[in-house]
Design a protein around this ligand. Structure first.
Ligand code: PNS
Length: 160
């Protein structure tokens, strides 16, 4: 049986923190399905196709990875993808409460899928998509935080 994991998120936009999690999760599974939540109720800066484009470009040299989007319940999506695990990155203690609650709820919904937390590299512990957007908005330097395609697409989006 293939070991498949889903790495879900908003990825608005993807950062080096996300890439760090993907890189470290890849050797643990036969396939990682990175999937962008398509939630029409949540305002995001980038569209789903834009976020998929960035993720595909960033991970083009990685093996055993697929990039998609999903709607609805994560546990239902994981079942459809034959995934046995969901990966979530943990940065700081404040992430924990939300993630713990979500993992417990998801286990209630589908006990066959395990949530696996990966500690983000310490150099990315402070990094978030929201912070990157904020810095970019005020014309700060984001080269340290995101790959060049993300930087380029952020500048275009924010008309900088
Ligand atoms: O990057 P994010 O925004 O922290 O990712 C959150 C995500 C996509 C993992 C979460 O919102 C999610 O799984 N949404 C799908 C809806 C769902 O399954 N909800 C039940 C979990 S309590």
């Amino acid at each position: 049986m293939k070991r498949i994991a889903v790495y879900p998120g908003s990825f608005d936009p993807p950062t080096y923190g996300h890439i760090d999690v993907i890189k470290r999760a890849l050797p643990l599974f036969d396939k990682i399905v990175v999937s962008v939540l398509d939630n029409p109720g949540k305002h995001c800066l980038f569209s789903i196709p834009e976020r998929i484009k960035m993720l595909r470009s960033i991970t083009r040299n990685f093996k055993n990875i697929e990039i998609h989007s999903f709607r609805g319940l994560l546990m239902e999506y994981a079942r459809k993808k034959n995934a046995t695990a969901v990966i979530r990155g943990l940065r700081v203690v404040s992430d924990f409460e939300y993630e713990f609650q979500m993992a417990q709820m998801n286990r209630e919904l589908n006990p066959h899928v395990e949530t696996l937390f990966m500690m983000t590299g310490t150099q990315y512990a402070y990094l978030s998509s929201s912070a990157v957007k904020e810095i970019a908005k005020f014309k700060g330097n984001i080269k340290k935080f995101v790959p060049s395609i993300v930087e380029k697409m952020l500048k275009t989006k924010l008309k900088i």
